[in-house]
Design a protein around this ligand. Structure first.
Ligand SMILES: [Zn+2]
Length: 541
């Protein structure tokens, strides 16, 4: 009997263990499935679904440390239009039905932009070591709500604002997650820039690079040179360009844009092009060219896309002009970086110019490429003397790169450029034509192609890969010249760049990402974004 009882016991233990194991497997499956129900872009580093829901209602309070009051106001502002709730903001104290924002120095290990978001049935907490991290926790929380939360007026179809309980720990892969807007070929209004900043912040993009000068127009007020905006910001009347395509930002506009960007954790990196793409300047000050002009601005498709007339490198007045301009630019933008262009500068004029050739001899330079390198290094001294770092398009490599300049990689067909840059110890931002040029059609760069981009080549050593600052999408405004047109070119594929720049490489999952983008389209629609119906996003199971 005893033996039988033991066998029975063993059998029942075995059955019990099997049940537990099966239960664990099921539970794990259920948990994995529910992770896939979360549609946050960019994908957080760690996301653990837990039981229950948090129900937002008119009695919910936002509690915060005093220094986070402006973030609490931003959160209340996001939630108000669709819910109609005026959520009160109070100090930390209340325990139930609250969204709590607080700083926690122990989260330093997540960096300046990292955060923890914990949604429980009675309470939501967002903690971070800085206000920036809190903002990103808020942006993730926003995406946990139904897309209806983005409506500009009270939702009639959704009065139950419940969100699933979850625990998220998150921080970015790269420090530079950018977008470049070309404001020269087409001018974009201050309101459009602010809207872009709001959308960038939602998807945790943190650098807006404004291409402020080019052959088609000078777009920023410089007090010392009023001609630049009186003449250089306008297309000549004979081209009959619509008025909204030209103009410039005043110093007050820039102040407003920079403040707004700071609230949304976006650094504005201004670009002042040199020595090429400078027709807007030369039309105003032809004496800064090699030939003396005259020159005229024209819409992009009404003349050469790259002009052979560029700043004269042999003329001291060129450097006096650029120093004065950059001094005013540096004062306007708190960003760590100043972009100086440096791309597509034909050397034809320099070859024929007495002043440029004299400079070549005087500085013992081998050729005109070295003259460009000398030009950029001289500008870098000026920029770093004003406490800023210089970044330029990848042509600044030619003729020799200074040890401290950073490079923006764009010529996707030159595959060795990133390695050449980082092996010298210089920093690089990846924005190649192959994946990041969003003026290209979706046939060339689909949402999924952009998502598949990996900024760090496996050829690079760990040490060198640390010089990759991040990734950036570029939008040149010569083809699509309306706000609705830019929306289509940027959305939804900018979401791919957001995830490439933020999420760990080993968390990449194309099927899951595709499903998330399709669901995010509903959110974009509520936000009034005129996104493109990318055929590559269909056929999701
Ligand atoms: Zn010259």
């Amino acid at each position: 009997m005893k033996l039988r009882a033991t066998r029975m016991k063993r059998l029942s233990d075995f059955v019990l263990i099997m049940f537990i194991l099966l239960g664990l497997v099921n539970c794990k499956q259920a948990q994995e499935e529910s992770v896939q129900n979360f549609i946050i872009i960019p994908q957080p580093v760690e996301i653990t679904p837990t039981a229950g829901v948090f129900q937002l209602n008119s009695r919910t309070k936002i509690t915060c440390d005093e220094e986070l009051r402006s973030k609490a106001e931003q959160l209340a502002g996001f939630l108000k239009p669709a819910t109609g709730y005026n959520l009160p903001i109070t100090g930390i104290g209340k325990r139930k039905n609250v969204i709590s924002l607080s700083l926690d120095i122990s989260l330093n290990n997540l960096g300046n932009e990292g955060y923890k978001l914990d949604v429980r049935p009675k309470r939501i907490t967002i903690t971070a070591s800085s206000a920036v991290g809190i903002l990103y926790g808020i942006q993730s929380l926003r995406q946990l709500f139904p897309a209806e939360i983005e409506r500009k007026n009270i939702s009639k179809t959704n009065d139950s604002w419940s969100i699933p309980c979850v625990s998220i720990t998150d921080n970015p892969r790269f420090i530079w997650r950018g977008l470049m807007l070309d404001c020269s070929r087409t001018f974009w209004s201050k309101e459009y820039i602010k809207r872009t900043l709001r959308l960038m912040s939602l998807y945790k993009l943190n650098v807006l690079h404004l291409h402020l000068t080019d052959d088609q127009g000078w777009r920023i007020e410089i007090e010392k040179y009023p001609e630049l905006t009186q003449k250089g910001a306008r297309f000549p009347a004979k081209w009959n360009e619509p008025k909204e395509r030209e103009g410039f930002y005043t110093k007050n506009d820039i102040r407003e844009i920079v403040d707004y960007a700071t609230q949304h954790n976006v650094a504005i990196v201004p670009e002042i092009e040199m020595p090429g793409h400078s027709m807007a300047v030369l039309a105003c000050y032809p004496e800064l060219s090699c030939t003396g002009g005259p020159f005229e601005i024209h819409p992009f498709f009404k003349g050469p896309s790259v002009h052979k007339d560029i700043f004269c490198a042999g003329n001291e007045k060129t450097f006096e002009f650029l120093e004065n301009v950059l001094t005013e630019v540096v004062e306007m933008f708190p960003s760590e970086y100043i972009h100086i262009g440096g791309d597509e500068a034909p050397k034809k004029r320099w070859e024929m110019c007495k002043k440029c050739q004299a400079r070549l001899i005087e500085e013992r330079l081998k050729d005109e490429h070295e003259l460009q390198s000398w030009f950029i290094k001289r500008i870098e001294k000026l920029v770093s003397g004003q406490g800023k770092k210089l970044i330029g398009w990848d042509e600044i490599l030619e003729g020799g790169l200074s040890s401290t300049a950073s490079v923006m990689y764009w010529r996707g067909w030159l595959e060795d450029v990133p390695e050449r840059v980082v092996s010298k110890g210089n920093d690089i931002v990846m924005s190649p034509t192959s994946h990041c040029y969003f003026d290209y059609k979706y046939e060339a760069i689909s949402t999924m192609k952009a998502y598949e981009y990996e900024p760090v080549s496996n050829k690079l050593s760990k040490e060198h890969s640390n010089n990759i600052l991040g990734v950036q999408a570029n939008f040149w405004s010569h083809i699509d010249r309306t706000e609705a047109g830019v929306d289509k070119q940027l959305f939804p594929r900018i979401l791919s760049i957001s995830e490439v720049g933020w999420s760990p490489n080993n968390k990449k999952d194309s099927t899951y990402f595709k499903e998330k983008v399709i669901k995010q389209l509903i959110r974009l629609e509520k936000l009034g974004v005129n996104y493109f119906h990318d055929p590559g996003l269909k056929n999701v199971k």
